[in-house]
Design a protein around this ligand. Structure first.
Ligand SMILES: [Zn+2]
Length: 339
């Protein structure tokens, strides 16, 4: 099956493409929902004597102040830091190196770490990798109360597809996941590549809208797939010392990526946003996710679902990047890669 070789060769959401994109800016001073306090206060209605209108305007002003305070509160030191956990490449990555029973074990270990931290996660499945044995791993993830989303049929780079091929890839996996996809219909682009031109982005948006899917971006982009490959090599050699060193380096990498994108979001929009972390369903997370989640708790983060995170107005801000890179949504809102 062609898809398998491609997927195994490029597993994870690697991004080695050249830097592209524009330098365009966003007007970050815009109020949520387009309602600005200054607009209201300068309105002739606000200065009118009609009592009813006065009450109506008061309600508008109260709402505007509440929205302003909500934005302000997220920018204050010590404000709640929220993060949604997502895991790509269900049932499990590297099927060439992972048996269905090992894959199922990995999902169970991930489920255990998530349950211990009361995390409701979202996983994105590659349709072509769901076989009659590996499907038990997807089922175990869904039965643990997590959300299953669509991650294409063969894990292609969207930049290589026509809109019709993209529709076919998405629809085929939608059918394969029908028993697990419920009211939340989430899609994640392989390699986070969402289109190299505005036309290509719009074509994908249209396909997802037609199929009732919501694109779930990532704000904290990580290279867990790279650490996982080295970790598996060390385990294959029974080199537990090196495996432990790689795991330490991996957790440090996650901490560094989190701080990088948190600070980037603060610089870009002047406040905290609920973040969405990109991980993969792999061995290194099966073994070390619990420690990672401990760190988030110790740093004052709280875990939210993708639905909760995406209610934030940040996720409605326009994506100003069109190009070959797979980027964090923070970078997309900025219109350029950050590194
Ligand atoms: Zn992927």
């Amino acid at each position: 099956m062609k898809g398998f070789a491609d997927v195994e060769g490029r597993v994870g959401c690697a991004d080695e493409a050249a830097i592209g994109g524009s330098e365009s800016k966003v007007d970050f001073a815009r109020c949520p929902e387009g309602l600005c306090l200054d607009d209201i206060l300068s309105s002739p209605l606000y200065r009118g004597r009609d009592e009813l209108l006065g009450f109506r305007m008061l309600a508008h002003v109260t709402r505007a102040i509440a929205a302003g305070l909500a934005v302000l509160s997220t920018a204050l030191p010590g404000a709640a830091r929220e993060i949604a956990i997502t895991l790509d490449d269900l049932p499990y990555v590297m099927p060439s190196r992972t048996s269905p029973s090992e894959g199922l074990e990995q999902v169970r270990a991930v489920n255990e770490a998530l349950a211990a931290h009361r995390v409701e996660a979202t996983g994105f499945a590659v349709g072509s990798q769901i076989g009659w044995r590996s499907r038990r791993a997807v089922a175990a993830f869904a039965e643990a109360g997590h959300t299953v989303g669509n991650h294409s049929w063969s894990h292609p780079d969207y930049g290589t597809l026509t809109p019709d091929q993209f529709r076919e890839e998405t629809q085929r996996t939608d059918e394969a996941l029908s028993r697990w996809i419920g009211e939340s219909r989430f899609y994640r682009f392989p390699f986070l590549r969402e289109g190299e031109t505005e036309e290509a982005k719009a074509a994908a948006d249209q396909v997802l809208a037609d199929l009732g899917y919501v694109n779930v971006p990532v704000t904290i982009d990580t290279d867990d797939w790279r650490y996982n490959a080295d970790y598996l090599d060390a385990l294959d050699r029974d080199d537990e010392v090196t495996a432990a060193e790689i795991a330490e380096a991996y957790l440090a990498h996650i901490r560094e990526r989190t701080l990088h994108f948190e600070s980037l979001a603060e610089d870009a929009i002047g406040g905290e946003v609920p973040h969405i972390l990109l991980l993969h369903m792999n061995r290194i997370n099966a073994d070390h996710l619990s420690e990672m989640l401990d760190w988030y708790v110790a740093e004052g983060w709280t875990f939210v679902s993708v639905e909760e995170a995406m209610r934030d107005p940040f996720y409605a801000m326009p994506d100003l990047y069109a190009g070959p890179r797979g980027l964090s949504q923070v970078e997309r809102v900025m219109g350029r890669p950050s590194e």
